[in-house]
Ligand binder design. Structure first.
Ligand code: UD1
Length: 428
């Protein structure tokens, strides 16, 4: 059986990342390759995109393109994650960098709209809740390109968090909502999202951990920091509510420096936090405190190896609340709300104020802390469920044919025809 490119795709476009959209086999158009954009922007996105990229890569029924918006750009906030997670260099780098919320969001929109007009995908997959997530969802929606949101339905109920606004808007616009947990399904139902748009797929972060588990176990970061076989805590802080004003940040520095006396702390410092610690004159107090190691942000493997060996974590991150629940490690979250309540009801997480930190650490050290359990579908197979859902919803040929057909690399780049496949395949 011979296969060749459909004659309808003869136009050339040298810059196209997507090189093949349809195949003619035995004179019949049997399959259209879906062109899927995976939007990666900031540190917490990379471990959500990587498992999906790896599952989609090499599938005969799709081609994916990794689009890095450039929201995070430091070597250790971006490249280190691409390397660790075995992601290829992005197909497209929009290079937007930092800025106010409006400026960053607008710059992503301008650049991504141009990219879509030049080389239109059939599906835009956005992940998480950063500014680039909402920006690319807006672009896709306005160009009538189906948008899918991975990690949909999470709500903190606190609209002062920029991420909450991003979640609300993204979920309003998305055509497909992939949720991690039943609370997310309930949130979407309460907002009137039709159930047929929602598929519960589980927690994609756990896929990354499972993919990298051997390398994480083998990493030498604990030894390098002199923490092997010693109790210690990992600290991360970057939320504006904790680090952008002198009063809360000073209170946290006070607590951390006094806690380090009873438990060694290691604190990879986010660029936003470092900038503010320096601006408020707090940096040397932290850096010079005994038993407290302030270090540069770490790549994924080294960071997870530190978390895996820790007695507990102190954080305001979203992802770490989930990773510690999966690993059964106590987590103290320095926030008044969480969009991930399952990490409290089923896992090892508790919300605390700065003043509650020390007594909570004492409880943990005394062994009085819930061990938690792994939430359903947090099992390392979320990316596979996402891929199956994409195929079910968007492919116009029966899966059996798509599966059976191996597609050879195309001889040339071909232009996408704007009339095909794309938006015509959305259900309803
Ligand atoms: C962003 C996300 C947040 C996520 C966090 C993880 C939004 C609204 N916020 O917050 O949800 O939890 O990423 O890190 O999208 N900076 C650097 N180098 C970098 C990136 C940032 O120096 O590679 C500096 C910027 O100049 C800026 C500050 O860090 O001053 C904040 O960066 P920004 O991307 O605006 O937000 P984050 O705080 O990282």
């Amino acid at each position: 059986m011979g296969s060749k490119l459909s004659p309808g795709h003869a136009g050339m476009q040298a810059t196209s990342c997507y090189t093949q959209t349809a195949l003619e086999i035995e004179g019949r158009l049997v399959m259209q390759r879906l062109r899927i954009d995976l939007i990666a922007a900031a540190r917490p996105n990379f471990m959500k995109v990587a498992p999906l990229f790896h599952v989609l890569h090499g599938q005969p029924w799709c081609r994916s393109r990794v689009v890095h918006t450039g929201q995070h750009y430091d070597q250790n906030m971006s490249e280190a994650f691409f390397r660790d997670l075995k992601l290829p260099p992005p197909d497209l780098h929009l290079g937007v960098g930092s800025g106010s919320h409006a400026k960053q969001t607008a710059n992503v929109m301008l650049a991504y709209e141009e990219a879509c007009n030049a080389d239109r995908p059939d599906l835009v997959v956005v992940v998480g809740d950063v500014n680039s997530t909402v920006a690319c969802a807006l672009v896709g929606a306005k160009l009538h390109i189906p948008v899918a949101h991975l990690e949909a339905g999470l709500r903190s109920g606190d609209r002062r968090m920029p991420e909450e606004i991003n979640r609300l808007v993204t979920d309003t616009l998305a055509d497909i909502l992939w949720t991690p947990s039943p609370d997310a399904d309930e949130n979407l139902a309460a907002e009137g999202v039709p159930p047929e748009k929602i598929t519960r797929v589980g927690n994609i972060m756990i896929d990354s951990y499972e993919l990298m588990r051997e390398r994480i176990d083998a990493a030498g970061e604990r030894r390098r920091l002199g923490l092997e076989n010693r109790p210690y805590a990992v600290v991360t802080l970057h939320r504006p509510s904790n680090v952008d004003a002198p009063v809360p940040l000073t209170a946290l520095v006070d607590q951390l420096t006094s806690m380090a006396v009873r438990l060694p702390l290691v604190f990879p410092v986010h660029p936003r936090t470092r900038k503010n610690l320096e601006a408020f004159g707090l940096w040397s107090r932290l850096a010079d405190a005994p038993n407290l190691q302030v270090i540069e942000p770490l790549g994924y493997v080294d960071f997870m190896s530190l978390v895996c060996g820790a007695h507990l974590t102190i954080t305001d991150s979203g992802g770490i609340q989930e990773e510690t629940t999966y690993l059964g490690i106590p987590c103290l979250t320095l926030r008044t709300t969480t969009e991930r309540p399952i990490t409290i009801t089923e896992g090892t997480n508790r919300l605390v104020t700065a003043a509650e930190l020390v007594p909570a650490v004492d409880e943990i050290l005394a062994g009085r802390w819930p061990r938690g359990r792994k939430p359903q579908l947090w099992d390392g197979h979320t990316a596979a469920r996402v891929a199956a859902d994409i195929r079910r919803r968007l492919l116009s040929v029966p899966p059996r044919v798509a599966e059976a057909t191996a597609i050879p690399a195309p001889p040339t780049s071909v232009r996408w025809a704007t009339s095909e496949p794309g938006s015509g395949h959305m259900p309803g």
